[in-house]
Design a protein around this ligand. Sequence first.
Ligand code: NAD
Ligand code: SER
Length: 316
Amino acid sequence: MKKILVIGAAGQIGTDLTGELRSRHGGEQVVASDIKLAPEDVMQGGPFVKLDAMDNKKLEKIIDEYGITEIYHLAAILSGNAEKNPKWAWDLNMNSLFNVLDVSRAKGIQKIFWPSSMGAFGPTTPEWDTPQVTVMEPTTVYGISKLAGERWVEYYHTKYGMDIRSLRYPGLISYKTEAGGGTTDYAVEIFYQAIKCGKYECFLSEDIALPMMFMDDAVEATIQLMDAPSKDIRVRSSYNLGGISFTPRELADEIRKYIPELEVTYKPDFRQEIAESWPRRISDDAAQRDWGWQQQYDLEKMSRVMIEKIREKMGV
Ligand code: NAD
Ligand code: SER
C-alpha cells in the first residue's frame, strides 16, 4: 500500500495537496511535514512531523518509521524571496533536492514528485505559447535552481532508474494558504484586499500577462501525473503546464464584476523585472498528449470560486 510523505506541507501547495491526497488515500497514509507547524486541517487530518528537508538523518528516520513509499518534495524559496538572499535560496532549493533524491535512492522510494516552475524560463525563451523544449536561460536564482533541478531529476532517472516526476507550475492561485513570496503572489493578494477594503496596490504593472493556474487544477495535474503509467511519462525533466494567461488589469476587471468599487493602483517593484523575464503564455501540448491533461478553470470560474471561498473564510 502507498505511504506518502509531503515535505513543505504547510505551504501554499502543500496544504491543498495534502488534503486532497488524504481524501483519496486516507489520512493515515499521508504524512505531512514541514519546518514549521501547518494550518489546522493539515495538523488534524493525519500524521504531521517537523522536518527540515536538509536533514538527511531525520528524513531517513521518518521513511523507516512510517514505511514511506512516495515523496512529494515541495520545500523551496520562491522567486521574490530568493532574490533577497540568492545564496541561501540556492542552498535550500538545490541541497534539499539532493537530500531527497539521495535518501530516496538509498531507501528504494518508488516515486518522487518535485515541482519546477515557469521561472525556469528566461528572457530569451519564446514568450507566447512557450513550447516544452525551448531556449532556457533564466535570470533569477529561483529559475536557475529550477532549471538545474530539472536536469538533476532527469539525470537520477536516467542513471539510477528512479521514478521522479515533475511539473513546471505557472503562478498558483488559492484561498486556503497565503502565497509564499513569489512574483505571482499579487494574483492571490488582490482577492483578499478587494474583499477586505476594496483597494489594492499591485507590485506589477497593469499590462504584464503571466500564466496562472487555480490550485484545484494544479493539484489535479500533480496527482494525475503521479498516477499515470510510467510508460506514458516521456518527459523526465519537467512538464509544461499552461494555465490561464491574464494581466493584473484583466484580473482586476474580472473581480469588479463582484466588487465594482475595487480600486487598484500599480507600483511595480523588483518583481516586475522577474515577471518580464518569464513567458506570457505557455503551451502544455506535451502533458495533454502524454497523460491526457485538461485544465478545468478559466479566469471567470477561478475568480468566482476565489471570491466565494474568501468571503466564506472571512465571514463576509
Ligand atoms: P510555500 O513557500 O508556500 O511553501 C513552501 C513550504 O516549505 C513552507 O511551508 C515552508 O515552511 C517549507 N520549508 C521551507 N524551508 C524548508 C525546509 N528547510 N524544510 C522543510 N520545509 C521547508 O511554497 P509553495 O507555493 O507551496 O511552493 C511549493 C513548491 O512549488 C516550490 O518548489 C515552488 O518552487 C513550487 N512552485 C510554486 C508555485 C506557486 O505559484 N505557488 C509556482 C511554481 C512552482
Ligand atoms: N509563483 C512562483 C513565483 O512567483 C512561480 O514559480 O515564484
